[in-house]
Design a protein around this ligand. Structure first.
Ligand code: 5AD
Ligand code: SF4
Length: 442
């Protein structure tokens, strides 16, 4: 085993990816270096997600894989953290079935990682330290960023919405916003070190609360970020439709660097289901917001999240979802089978939908989504569009891969010296899920 190496496994969303950058930053500060193989690494950190059952299952699968190497090497440390750890039933399972895990902590005390790590390395005794909530966000934590040219920037933590299916308000706690000055300082720093693209993260960025008399809300924060020299692309996620203000929509008209794409989770197209989900908007209001976005910014690419088979969803409700999808014509959509999350209101309802019906609806939904997506993608054929080159293609190492403003993947031939640059690309082939292009020399 190599000495002083670490590996972080990240499950789940961009928030977790960002937290893993902080954990990697701490490990580097402690003098550890990254090891790509989790079996070989001396310290393994599993940063967990709990949003659907699949994520739980994947975590226990990886944990099982680590047992043997942990037994073989007494010096190996296995650390688990993140959303799953905020749930008592998970802690109970870990205590009973995985007593060899060395350190367990939650989403609220990530800032204490160096102290916890020191204690567990010195004592060689298991530590479980999970806080129920917190009202602040730790500032000034290190980060080992995954890329130089693009970065996630957290602007807030937690969620106050309590959608009936969702575990996040229980695992991430109440909504807290970072101070505007801290956010701007971080982005200025990133820009100075060559970062071109920023994705602002929060469970519901539309309810960002700044400072009275200063930058008060999310739209105002965007306007300030737009002025930062060097930042060429600004993205954000996620937005709750109920809080999508006209002031934010106007940003798409006024700001130079705001990408013309919007992730606006609808979850369902049925008013009865939206009400049961506790979403606080109906389909008419949602469609109204979409119409306004398209009016202000005609080329905006709208994407969404949809849950299929929420308790009580009828065939009629589901048809309303299909109908809404056809009206909005999403650029792409993340589709999920409803998954029971222990501790959420909908988990205990008796009107659960049988698995086969959920799957059947899911397949019908993705068919409609893909049809629309294929048509939308064809519009790129022969167009010249700016692409941020991110690296070499996963499927063909001789090709480069990059992203358009609306996050579509483009593969093209070219030299790796272009990585991190935004270049004009002519699209020569447009398929449902990807685009192929050629560099345009200007
Ligand atoms: N079952 C299925 N999908 C869910 N999501 C959140 N909770 C659940 C659940 N219990 C989906 C929502 C959300 C996305 C991040 O995950 O669509 O927007
Ligand atoms: Fe979950 Fe709803 Fe909060 Fe999104 S807004 S994190 S779906 S509770």
């Amino acid at each position: 085993m190599k000495y002083k190496t670490y590996h972080v496994v990240t499950f789940g969303c961009q928030m977790n990816e960002r937290d893993s950058e902080t954990l990697a930053g701490f490990m580097e500060e402690l003098g550890y270096s990254y090891e790509p193989d989790k079996i070989v690494a001396q310290v393994v950190i599993l940063n967990t997600c709990s949003v659907r059952e699949n994520a739980d299952k994947k975590f226990f699968g990886v944990l099982g894989q680590l047992k043997h190497s942990h037994e073989e090497n007494r010096e190996k440390l296995v650390i688990v953290c993140g959303c799953m750890m905020q749930q008592q039933h998970i802690i109970d399972t870990l205590k009973q079935k995985y007593p060899w895990v060395d350190l367990v902590f939650g989403t609220h005390n990530i800032g204490d990682f160096p102290k916890l790590f020191k204690n567990v390395s010195e004592m060689h005794e298991r530590i479980i330290d999970v806080w129920e909530n917190s009202d602040t966000i730790a500032e000034g934590l290190p980060a080992k960023r995954m890329y130089d040219f693009k970065a996630y920037v957290n602007i807030m933590q937690g969620c106050n919405n309590f959608c009936a299916y969702c575990i996040v308000p229980y695992t991430r706690g109440r909504e807290r916003s970072r101070k505007p000055a801290e956010i701007l300082k971080e982005i200025n720093c990133l820009a100075q070190s060559g970062c071109k693209e920023i994705t602002l993260l929060g469970q519901n960025v539309n309810s960002y609360k700044g400072e009275e008399g200063g930058i008060e809300n999310f739209a105002q924060l965007l306007r300030e970020i737009d002025k930062i020299d060097g930042i060429e692309r600004i993205r954000f996620m996620t937005s709750h439709p109920k809080d999508l203000s006209d002031e934010l929509i106007d940003c798409f008209k006024d700001l130079k660097h705001l990408c013309h794409c919007f992730h606006l989770p609808v979850q369902s197209g049925s008013n009865a289901v939206l009400k049961a989900m506790n979403r606080h908007y109906d389909r008419e209001q949602y469609l109204g917001r979409v119409a306004k976005l398209k009016e202000v910014c005609p080329d905006i690419a709208i994407t969404t999240d949809i849950i299929v088979g929420f308790p009580g969803e009828t065939e009629e409700d589901f048809k309303d979802t299909l109908d809404l999808v056809k009206q909005v014509r999403y650029d792409s959509a993340f589709t999920f089978l409803y998954s029971i999350r222990e501790g959420t209101p909908a988990a205990s309802w008796t009107n659960q939908i049988p698995e086969e019906i959920k799957h059947e609806r899911f397949n019908r939904l993705i068919e409609v989504i893909h049809e629309i997506q294929e048509e939308e993608m064809k519009q790129f054929q022969d167009k010249i569009i700016p692409v941020l080159i991110e690296g070499t293609s996963k499927t063909d190492k001789s090709m480069l891969t990059g992203r358009t403003e609306s996050l579509k993947t483009v593969d093209l031939p070219g030299d790796t010296s272009l990585v991190g640059k935004i270049v004009p690309v002519k699209i020569v082939k447009a398929q449902t899920f990807s685009l192929y292009g050629e560099l345009v020399n200007d």
